[in-house]
Write a protein that binds this ligand. Sequence first.
Ligand code: HEC
Ligand code: HEC
Length: 79
Amino acid sequence: MKNNIIFLVFIVVVVGFLFSISGRKYPQIPADASHEGVTEVSACLKCHGPEGVSPRKPSHPPKDDCLKCHKKKRVLPSK
Ligand code: HEC
Ligand code: HEC
């Protein structure tokens, strides 16, 4: 009986952990004109670097591998 309870707690912890890493915390790249067809990190930094039109917050994670964390919201229909 005691083992069943321990097992149940284990399941709850594992499910909670998977939920917490299921990736809703990174804002998505907007599917607007500024972001259409941008794939180079150096291009991102033209606007999101310290001198750009939309600099990142000081609290932003320091890594510069943008696309690992930020995914495109949706693909724009090609004209
Ligand atoms: C031409 C300038 C420009 C370029 C290039 C650009 N961005 Fe942006 N980005 C903006 C602007 C301006 C905003 C805020 C207004 C908006 O929603 O479009 C924004 C918003 C964002 C947001 C959403 C922030 C939020 O609060 O939801 C993310 C994420 C983002 N950009 C990531 C990127 C990444 C990653 C790249 C490179 C692949 C990139 N951007 C390239 C101008 C740019
Ligand atoms: C390690 C993961 C990670 C990487 C790599 C990353 N970001 Fe972010 N980014 C985040 C998170 C998390 C947030 C939300 C931060 C917050 O709300 O304080 C965010 C927020 C943003 C925002 C919204 C404004 C802000 O500062 O909160 C922009 C714009 C953005 N990132 C652009 C970029 C660009 C451009 C790059 C590449 C140079 C990049 N990010 C790389 C995780 C990442």
